[in-house]
Design a protein around this ligand. Structure first.
Ligand SMILES: [Ca+2]
Ligand SMILES: [Ca+2]
Ligand SMILES: [Ca+2]
Length: 357
């Protein structure tokens, strides 16, 4: 009974905010870019928050972070090694449409594995009977570094086991890309039971760890109930709509070129922090996921991992002219202000100022 009352109370509370509050700036304050400058986690904090499925073993003999990152960095200067690497991972590059960086290829019976990494984090990639599948590890690069050169086999006795280090990132304020990335404890073996890693409860093509990390429903093939399963939905979290404010948000999305069909890219997402319903309802051309503005409502993974590259602000009404709005977009090195006017069923957007950081 207590639980039911509490649920109703929370439900009522969450209903007090309206679309107006969520999508429009009602006061004079401007939305500022969220620049996270949290203190890096200590070893104990990382261990206390580690995923339950992860086992960490201390190694007596190991390649440390510095050695691994310097040597693997040099590797790109040597044309022969680089060509051999391209050749070794050609099949993965083809099957996964260039969506990952690759390392540690391993054959087990008729299955070929590799470790993949992209903006979201680390993945185990598998090609079996010509069919590719990717399993998200849920290990944030903010806390875990995985060696490019693995000395032990990666797949062993039903486990994925990866050598690496616990790391921290210290951000250099105002200088994107100048983060200091360093080890806080070397010599770790990260072990995950393949059963836990491969678990895909709703059988939609994304493993449970992936869905839980990014706020999708791991027990529902179609999180937003729009009839398109999570794996094939470009906006899997929210139902797409078509109205004038949705159109405005669609016009302000980052533009990409050179990629033919984004639909084939199942593991590349653009993340946005927003509670605005109109933004949530976009029909994007590249996969999108949204994070709640309240950090406490975000998943642990997205709280500690910087996956957001772009933002679009709430709308600000012009006090004098109806159908006249102001809106801001930002990326890692710029921000742009726009005025937007809705006229004859169409938006006219005007860039009214840009800042390059
Ligand atoms: Ca799933
Ligand atoms: Ca699902
Ligand atoms: Ca859907």
């Amino acid at each position: 009974m207590k639980y039911i009352c509490l649920s109703i109370f929370i439900f009522l509370l969450s209903c007090t905010k309206t679309v107006e509050d969520r999508c429009f700036i009602t006061t004079e304050d401007k939305i500022q870019n969220a620049y996270k400058e949290d203190n890096p986690y200590t070893v104990n904090q990382i261990l206390n928050n580690k995923p339950r499925y992860l086992e960490i073993v201390n190694l007596a003999k190991y390649r440390n972070f510095k050695k691994d990152s310097i040597e693997s960095g040099r590797f790109w200067d040597n044309e022969e090694i680089w060509k051999a690497h391209i050749e070794e991972f050609k099949i993965f590059q083809k099957k996964f449409h260039d969506e990952f960086g690759f390392s540690s290829r391993q054959e087990v019976g008729n299955t070929t594995y590799a470790l993949g990494s992209n903006k979201l984090g680390y993945w185990l990639l598998k090609i079996q009977d010509n069919k590719p599948s990717a399993y998200f590890l849920g290990l944030s690069f903010s806390h875990y570094y995985i060696n490019k050169i693995q000395e032990q086999p990666m797949i062993k006795d039903g486990f994925l086991q990866l050598e690496g280090s616990l790391v921290k990132i210290i951000k250099v304020g105002g200088l994107p890309g100048y983060d200091d990335y360093s080890a806080i404890e070397d010599g770790k073996l990260f072990k995950i039971n393949l059963k836990d890693l491969f678990k895909d409860s709703d059988n939609d093509g994304y493993n449970d760890i992936f869905e839980k990390s990014f706020g999708l429903n791991e027990n529902n093939r179609d999180t937003d109930g729009d009839g398109v399963d999570d794996f094939n939905d470009l906006n899997p979290m929210f139902r797409s709509e078509n109205n004038k404010f949705v159109q405005l948000y669609e016009m302000l999305l980052p533009q990409y070129s050179g990629i033919e069909n984004f639909r084939n890219l199942h593991y590349s997402f653009e993340f946005f922090i927003s509670d605005c319903d109109y933004f949530h309802q976009i029909n994007p051309s590249l996969r999108v996921l949204f994070l709640p503005e309240n950090e406490e409502k975000q998943t642990y993974y997205t709280r500690v991992t910087d996956v957001v590259d772009h933002g679009v602000s709430k709308l600000k009404r012009d006090h004098e002219a109806t159908d006249y709005y102001y809106i801001e977009t930002w990326g890692s090195s710029y921000s742009s202000d726009y005025s937007a006017v809705f006229k004859d069923g169409k938006w006219i957007l005007k860039n009214i100022g840009s800042t390059v950081i």
